[in-house]
Design a protein around this ligand. Structure first.
Ligand code: SAH
Length: 254
């Protein structure tokens, strides 16, 4: 029986102050760090730590590599930005476990949560996720576009605030604009849309527009887009950069 371990952890949105002490301790105990290279670069080098950085589209290979190392006795940290269970590596590892070596099922595997981009972004503007909400990845690399459209329309119809991950990239330039068009058919024109770019990083930028005026060029691949609901409130603040945004705690009963 091997004594290795595999910890799948979330580095939070960027600022190390938003990394949990549990995650810091696991990084300190690791012999190997594996992940998409920008995340691996966020883990400082130190003697005794091997860093394995890989490209974005090789999640399952990376998961198998991590499992093989852990099975051979290493203490492996698989790193994701934000939370590792939100559009990130934890699912890839469990997919590899389900379909891989039977012995991998007995490994010491733990998932350590992190602050997901939607929570970091929401905290910057107030409390837009204070009532019912959902999270949708706008990337059609891992699911068909018609399914994304269906979910967007259903979520808007149902009154959910929507956190959009992976809103846009060079390889996926049109999806966000199409999503705004669709949502305009289901939501009032004045519904607030928050573009939260590079939250907690030095180049953080937060912009709020109405759905009518929402422009996809305000987002990049490091942006979390929050679409409000008809219930979302803005509190204007004279002389300040932007209003507070919040979701009231209650919805009137019929
Ligand atoms: N596991 C991550 C999400 C990975 S998907 C999490 O829980 O946050 C990658 C997407 O997350 C990006 O396209 C962007 O939409 C969002 N994201 C990650 N970090 C962000 C940050 N610091 N600011 C804004 N959005 C971020």
């Amino acid at each position: 029986m091997s004594t290795g371990s595999l910890t799948i952890l979330g580095l939070g949105p960027g600022d190390p102050a938003q990394r949990t002490p549990e995650v810091e301790a696991a990084l300190g105990a690791a012999t190997d760090v594996i992940g998409y290279f920008p995340y691996v670069e966020r883990v400082p080098e130190r003697p005794g730590l091997r860093r394995h950085a890989s490209d974005n589209r090789v999640e399952l290979d990376r998961a198998r590599q991590a499992l093989e190392l852990a099975a051979a006795g290493a203490h492996v940290a698989v790193v994701s930005g934000g939370d590792p269970g939100v559009f990130a590596m934890a699912s890839a590892v469990f997919e590899a476990v389900e379909h891989g070596e039977p012995s991998w099922r007995l490994l010491d595997i733990r998932v350590l949560p992190g602050i997901s981009a939607m929570f970091a972004a929401a905290a910057k503007v107030g409390a837009p996720l204070g009532h019912d909400f959902c999270a949708i990845s706008l990337s059609d690399n891992l699911k068909p576009w018609p399914l994304i459209e269906k979910r967007l329309c259903a979520a808007a119809e149902a009154g959910f605030v929507i956190a959009l991950y992976n809103p846009i990239s060079r390889a996926r330039p049109w999806q966000l604009g199409t999503a705004f068009q669709l949502l305009r058919a289901h939501l009032p024109a004045e519904t607030p849309v928050i573009f939260a770019m590079a939250v907690t990083r030095p180049d953080e930028q937060i912009v709020i527009r109405s759905l009518q005026e929402a422009d996809p060029s305000l987002a990049d691949m490091r942006t979390l887009v929050l679409i409000g609901s008809a219930a979302t409130r803005l509190i204007e603040r004279p002389g300040k950069d932007r209003p507070f945004v919040y979701a009231p705690r209650s919805v009137a009963k019929p």
